[in-house]
Design a protein around this ligand. Structure first.
Ligand SMILES: Cc1cc2nc3c(=O)[nH]c(=O)nc-3n(C[C@H](O)[C@H](O)[C@H](O)COP(=O)(O)O)c2cc1C
Length: 209
């Protein structure tokens, strides 16, 4: 008798898990299609969409968190992606020393060298940066200062550890990029894909479609 009850319970639990997994994956596919299908009602309700414009994801990532978010955006939008590379000094493993170095560089106004990233072909740039000492990371600042953003739209996204002010970060992007049209940003703590995809799709619907 007990065996039978356990079997029935196990069956119900398995069915529930299977149902949840299927509904979740359907949700994901549907939401991804929302991004790919311009005829969706959300898109049609808007007067202007960035969806048709040539788009690229450009990011700087020292520890991999911003890179992970950048890759999810690239996958959702099926667009190009490019990495900003900068000083070897930032590869410092000692986090305290790295933070001190960055603090000194921010105070002295130091702008690190970065690789050349050709943005001439793009109209929309999703720009990813880690938060450093409450600021946009220095390699991203360097990228902004050294490029021309006339007639381009920047959609920023940031990863952080828990202390950052989105508005202040957006203002920095506006200040350094001068003529760019800067959209509402996305700020997240990277802790895996599960909740991030939901948040990302919601934000992309607001700013991009
Ligand atoms: C030099 C340095 C400064 C940081 N300053 C902040 C900060 O002010 N606020 C915060 O929330 N996180 C801060 N962090 C944490 C990073 O923003 C966070 O770990 C981010 O996801 C790292 O992205 P990445 O892995 O792409 O480099 C800092 C990390 C470093 C290395």
């Amino acid at each position: 008798m007990i065996k039978k009850i356990i079997c029935v319970l196990l069956f119900i639990i398995s069915a529930f898990i299977l149902f949840t997994a299927i509904s979740d994956s359907n949700w994901y596919i549907n939401k991804t299609n929302v991004l790919k299908n311009k005829k969706d009602t959300i898109t049609c309700a808007k007067t202007e969409s960035l969806y048709d414009k040539k788009t690229v994801v450009i990011y700087y990532s020292n520890g991999g968190n911003t890179k992970a978010v950048a890759n999810v955006i690239k996958q959702l939008l099926q667009c190009d992606i490019a990495e900003i590379k900068s000083d070897e000094a930032y590869k410092q493993k000692n986090i305290l020393k790295l933070k001190n170095l960055v603090q000194e560089q921010i105070q002295s106004g130091y702008i690190p060298k970065t690789n050349k990233t050709d943005i001439s072909n793009y109209e929309v740039i999703f720009l990813g940066s880690p938060v450093w000492k409450s600021h946009v990371s220095l390699p991203v600042k360097s990228f902004l200062i050294n490029n021309n953003f006339n007639n381009k739209t920047i959609i920023p996204f940031y990863t952080f550890g828990g202390k950052a002010n989105k508005k202040q970060l957006d203002n920095e992007i506006k200040e350094y990029s001068k003529n760019a049209n800067v959209m509402n940003s996305f700020l997240t703590v990277w802790n895996g894909l599960a909740f991030l995809e939901y948040q990302l799709v919601k934000w992309l619907n607001e700013v991009y479609l």
